[in-house]
Design a protein around this ligand. Structure first.
Ligand code: H76
Length: 484
């Protein structure tokens, strides 16, 4: 394929797809008469195109780490196992914050080794790690000077977060910090503002949260992203100004930093997307334990987004009993990674380390299998994006930066033939296996449609076929329309 053809194909896909792809979205458009004027709405329209954001996008695969006091209890309280998220045990077992925080005395992760964690993540093929610095319970993984509930009060006294930031950074994995605004331990936190007293208290709380966020950004300037959670309460939604202020503050403190949409609320308490429908923050962070529909939700390819998956259903922190719900297999995780990339999003897989500071067998296995697959087939994930082709039953398409289209096959048809529909004027010239490089037979079957043969050799894993595409200027249509 000549470079000029490539360019045309890419342009063709850009124009042909019903969705507006990245290139055209960088200019700030003035609100039209139809838009509501907003003080705390979106700062920008369309995708950010600077190097830091491109790196975020190109990474495609991340690892989430939920590690806190809930790892010690692992879903069990006074001999009873609770099946809900282990990180909500304090709520489900009705434990007071004072009682819960006594667990700090038992925080003694003797097997913790940040370098080992980073090594595992490297092998897994993740390009960034999202670390929970403070979950809803209020326990801080760093020695915060604004809280009495931190690792500094624990027997081991280690700045766990500091060690992790250093270790991940050293192996070239970007560090993202998770911070929950919702805080069950803070006396000034309010779920809603009912009177003046609430308003004053919550004001103090926001000051505390700002101090902590600032503290994180200045202690760990290597950080590339802040991911906020616990922003759904009425009290928070009434303080959209604060979310704008925090995003701007972080962007001043750490050039290039990215911030998730979940931080933000606008003048009317609208979250993620402002009252005019524009995304706030740098990427949408609403796809938690779910994914967009590849056909109905194709509009999502207009903005950056990130999705999150747990291994058992809704277990983020360590839980002793994984038999309580279905546990996803590595192939299912791989399918989610591909699904996200095929729609221009990132996938983050969550691990909940054990209280001793190491990982359970299932997580090690997940890391190993995903890593092996990524090593073989990562070319169709890293740096790849939505391809602009119509989704087919055999799997997903992604598109590389140079216009190469990848077919990632999960469902091998019994017919041995996989359908590929192409836009008008586009031909498939050649198909090859990404791993092993063997040629795959193709045949044009009707107008704008091809069969790609299933390779003879049985492949017992999701495999990838690379398509070489040609765009002809003249539209030689050899198929007649049906007379009906
Ligand atoms: C709901 C909720 C929270 N968001 C996930 C990332 C977990 O931290 C969970 O507690």
């Amino acid at each position: 394929m000549k470079p000029s053809d490539l360019k045309i194909f890419v342009l063709f896909l850009l124009a042909g797809a019903t969705t507006a792809l990245s290139a055209q979205n960088t200019t700030k458009v003035l609100p039209t008469d139809l838009e509501i004027p907003l003080k705390y709405g979106a700062d920008r329209l369309g995708k950010r195109q600077d190097a830091a954001m491109q790196k975020f996008r190109d990474s495609r695969l991340g690892l989430f780490i939920h590690w806190g006091l809930y790892a010690i209890t692992g879903g069990e309280w006074e001999g009873k196992i609770y099946s809900g998220p282990s990180s909500f045990l304090q709520k489900s077992a009705k434990i007071t914050p004072e009682e819960w925080m006594k667990l700090i005395n038992r925080w003694n992760p003797t097997k913790f080794n940040a370098t080992e964690w980073a090594k595992m993540a490297r092998k897994m093929g993740v390009r960034y790690v999202k670390i929970v610095t403070k979950h809803h319970d209020g326990f801080c993984l760093w020695p915060s000077k604004y809280s009495e509930y931190t690792v500094a009060q624990a027997p081991c006294k280690k700045d766990i977060l500091g060690e992790l930031v250093k270790a991940f950074d050293a192996v070239g994995i970007d560090v993202h910090l998770y911070y929950s605004i919702l805080d069950w331990s803070h006396p000034d936190y309010r779920y809603s503002i009912k009177n003046r007293e609430d308003s004053v208290a919550f004001g103090h709380f926001l000051e505390f949260a700002e101090n902590q966020v600032k503290e994180l950004a200045s202690r760990y300037p290597e950080v590339k992203d802040f991911w906020f959670d616990g922003t759904w309460d009425e009290s928070f939604k009434e303080n959209g100004w604060w979310s704008v202020h925090i995003e701007r503050m972080l962007k001043e403190m750490i050039p290039g930093v990215t911030v998730n949409s979940r931080l933000r609320a606008d003048d009317y308490g609208k979250r993620h997307f402002d009252s005019n429908g524009h995304l706030m923050g740098d990427y949408e962070s609403g796809y938690e334990r779910r994914l967009p529909d590849p056909v109905k939700d194709i509009d999502i390819t207009r903005h950056d987004w990130e999705a999150y998956m747990t291994l058992p259903e809704n277990q983020w922190g360590y839980h002793k009993d994984w038999k309580l719900s279905y546990v996803k297999t590595p192939i299912e995780a791989i399918q989610r990674i591909v699904h996200a990339t095929s729609m221009g999003g990132n996938m983050v897989i969550n691990f909940g380390p054990r209280p001793e500071g190491d990982f359970r067998q299932e997580e090690l296995e997940m890391a190993a299998v995903v890593g092996k697959w990524m090593e073989k087939y990562g070319e169709c994930i890293y740096g790849c994006d939505y391809a602009g082709l119509v989704k087919q039953d055999w799997g997903y398409y992604t598109r590389g930066k140079n216009g190469t289209v990848y077919m990632i096959v999960f469902n091998v048809p019994l017919s041995g033939r996989m359908t590929v529909q192409v836009p008008k004027g586009v031909q498939i010239e050649e198909a090859t296996l990404l791993h092993g490089g063997g040629k795959v037979d193709i045949m044009e079957t009707t107008r704008n449609e091809y069969n790609v043969n299933v390779p003879d050799k049985v492949i017992r894993e999701p495999f990838v076929i690379k398509l070489q595409i040609r765009v002809s200027k003249e539209n030689k249509d050899k198929y007649m329309d049906a007379l009906t």
